[in-house]
Design a binder for this molecule. Structure first.
Ligand SMILES: [Zn+2]
Ligand SMILES: [Zn+2]
Ligand SMILES: [Zn+2]
Length: 354
């Protein structure tokens, strides 16, 4: 931070390499924080989560959607940081569903298997989150696309997804599942909170793990709210294929992004399978791509040399790291400066056939 620029208000974003997960820290112009997802890094690149937020005012802690790779490290913040103003989430009635599952789980049945599976997936961590929020009496705020924008220090926070109908259908399906195990559950990524932060003329688009199906309506909300094209994009779903449509005239999240100057696209790739090759080239053709991690790079070290298989866990190799932290500052004149992180170019792309 230079002393000459200290006085002009700035919005800061820090994206931390978080192993298979994601951590995003927003610093508002007067110094308070918003946390969108948090997961520890197995490379120890990210400071401990409590050190990151120590002594800071926290406006909100947001779980973008109920997946552990986005929420594991929100638990200690919610449990231990004092005075968190609000917990943001998108999950509607699912807490009730989880308690319901816990009631039923003592009966040895197919239901029990289902509940065990659900707990492994995300039930257990989610109960920890909801437990901490209830225990500390943290006010909750359910995000959906028909809300009026929130404002913190002159930064507007628009929620572009999920839509309320989708949340309702989720809640309905989860409840029906208790009576009929054959019912297929929807993908929790669909519940992703899509957030657009607008500061002066600049927009930061945080896409969580939103899928292809989410973007059509999110883009409608984007235009309806007259938001300028995004200068910073958190690439949705770790650069996975199911978050983008390759159809000729299909609209994608890149349609909400600035071409001139090119949007800065941040990728949390997580594991060895992300991002998808085609998605990475599509993004890189339209954006300055800055990865935290990128599974397309050849893995330098074997993090599981003994080849241990943990029972009940599928092992995925962590992606090699391009940047341990990527930070931006956005000023009142619409300038975005990169404080940490370098653009990924050829170094990020393995040679063809190799
Ligand atoms: Zn994820
Ligand atoms: Zn997810
Ligand atoms: Zn890279």
């Amino acid at each position: 931070m230079t002393s000459s620029s200290k006085n002009s208000p700035k919005l800061r974003l820090d994206f931390y390499e978080s192993g298979v997960g994601e951590t995003i820290v927003i610093t508002f112009p007067s110094g308070g924080l918003g946390i969108v997802d948090a997961h520890p890094s197995n490379h120890h690149h990210r400071p401990g989560i409590l050190d990151l937020v120590k002594g800071k005012e926290i406006h909100f802690v947001c779980l973008s959607h109920p997946h552990k790779d986005h929420g594991k490290d929100l638990v200690p913040i919610l449990e231990q940081h004092k005075g968190i103003k609000s917990f943001w989430h998108t999950i509607y009635n699912i807490p009730a569903f989880i308690y319901c599952i816990e009631e039923t789980v003592n009966f040895p049945s197919e239901m029990r298997d289902y509940a065990t599976k659900l707990n492994q997936d995300w039930g257990e961590f989610f109960v920890d989150i909801i437990g901490a929020v209830a225990d500390k009496d943290i006010p909750t705020h359910e995000l959906r696309s028909n809300l009026v924008a929130d404002e913190i220090d002159g930064v507007e926070i628009h929620c572009l997804g999920p839509d309320e109908e989708l949340q309702n259908s989720f809640s309905k399906t989860y409840t029906e599942k208790l009576k009929n195990l054959k019912i297929k559950l929807p993908d929790p990524n669909l519940l992703s909170a899509i957030l657009a932060l607008k500061f002066a003329d600049s927009v930061v688009l945080l896409g969580a793990d939103a899928l292809r199906e989410n973007w059509e309506s999110a883009l409608k909300h984007y235009h309806k709210r007259n938001l300028p094209k995004a200068k910073i994009l958190k690439v949705p779903h770790h650069g996975a294929r199911n978050a983008i449509d390759f159809g000729r005239n299909a609209k994608t999240y890149l349609d909400a992004c600035s071409n001139e100057p090119k949007v800065k696209a941040v990728i949390f790739a997580g594991d060895s399978k992300h991002p998808d090759d085609d998605v990475f080239s599509k993004i890189s053709s339209k954006a300055e791509t800055i990865c935290l991690s990128n599974g397309r790079k050849p893995n330098m070290g074997n993090s599981n040399p003994l080849g241990l298989q943990l029972p009940g866990a599928t092992f995925v190799y962590p992606a090699p790291v391009c940047n341990p932290v990527v930070s931006f500052e956005v000023d009142m004149n619409g300038n975005v400066s990169v404080q940490n992180g370098t653009v990924c170019n050829v170094a990020c792309i393995p040679p063809k056939g190799g």
